[in-house]
Write a protein that binds this ligand. Structure first.
Ligand code: RIB
Length: 315
């Protein structure tokens, strides 16, 4: 059965360059390898879910400028339904300026533009798409009140919600009771709960924090190490896959899109997490956000190549 996914989120034009280091205040540095790539956390998650086989509807907004129509056309080429996405004549398309360190880590500066015009009323207009989906994917690249509205609708119509709380901003307290699956990384978990998340013990404590706020499946992404999950079956580490890292941009989005799609198909949590780890690793092994997002056969090939009996460890 094809899983049905609705994604509410941001769409950006990414401008990516390599840099030896970040400039200091007042300093001009010369970068290299400038590339333009479609991005935005919401759009990246939508593309991943589509590439691994889900039917995806995207709710978001772009400007009516040079970039917006191209970004929507990209999504449509992936087979994504964009009929609930808007073109705003008053705002510029979201833009992200991304500097890549020699080790492939990224530093991102975003101008959200038309993403900020995605209103609760627009989300309400997409109620049918949310109701039609098995899973709603949300992040924080569009206004908080719109994310909350989508979560409330999902609760009313019985659609599960995967909440990837990035970029962390504002008070998220009202959102946890509407969240089925939360997927922060260590930095995001730390910013949300207010205590350092540096190892498995502190990640498990962070996962408990989310569970105490009614999140059914609390996942803490641990980069190359994999993901820690806490649900009714207890805490487990689902180990990651080993790749040569080229560019980590979009790896977290690949994880969320793949996890949402596999859970919507009815896969068991640990299996879906292993798949999401492999999708994230594949994205980190290639350049750019959407150009790096893997297809299902690529994810399954990496999983088969690195099959391991101890992939899941009970904690
Ligand atoms: O998560 C990666 C994304 O973050 C990039 O594509 C960029 O647009 C920023 O929103």
């Amino acid at each position: 059965m094809t899983a049905r996914i609705a994604v509410l989120g941001d769409t950006n034009q990414d401008f990516v360059m390599r840099a030896e280091r970040m400039p200091r205040p007042g300093e001009t540095l010369v970068g290299s390898d400038l590339k333009f790539a479609p991005g935005g956390k919401g759009a990246n998650q939508a593309v991943t879910a589509a590439r691994v086989g889900a039917h995806v509807t995207f709710v978001g907004g772009v400007g009516d400028d040079l970039f917006g129509p191209q970004l929507l056309a990209n999504l449509e080429r992936e087979g994504i339904d964009t009929s609930f996405a808007t073109r705003d004549p008053e705002a510029h398309t979201g833009a992200a300026f991304i500097a890549l360190s020699p080790s492939g880590e990224n530093s991102i500066l975003c101008c959200m533009g038309a993403n900020l015009a995605v209103s609760p009323a627009q989300v309400e207009g997409a109620r049918a798409a949310i109701a039609d989906a098995e899973m709603l994917l949300v992040q924080l690249g569009v206004p908080l009140e719109s994310v909350l509205r989508a979560m409330e609708i999902a609760g009313q119509v019985g659609t599960r919600v995967l909440f990837d709380p990035a970029p962390v901003c504002g008070s998220l307290d009202a959102m946890w009771p509407h969240t089925t699956i939360a997927t922060p990384n260590e930095t995001e978990a730390e910013a949300i709960i207010g205590t350092p998340v540096t190892d498995l013990a502190s990640a498990a404590a962070a996962a408990r924090w989310f569970r105490e706020r009614c999140v059914e499946i609390a996942v803490i992404k641990l980069g190359a190490q994999g993901a820690l999950v806490l649900d009714d079956d207890g805490a487990r580490l689902v180990r990651g896959y080993t790749v040569d890292v080229v560019d980590t941009t979009g790896a977290g989005d690949a994880f969320a899109g793949a996890l949402g799609a596999r859970l919507a198909e009815g896969a068991p949590v640990e299996e879906a997490l292993a798949f999401a780890n492999a999708a994230g690793a594949m994205a980190a092994s290639r350049f750019g956000a959407q150009p790096s997002l893997p297809r299902r056969d690529e994810v399954e090939a990496l999983m088969a190549e690195q099959e391991a009996k101890d992939r899941v460890v009970s904690l």
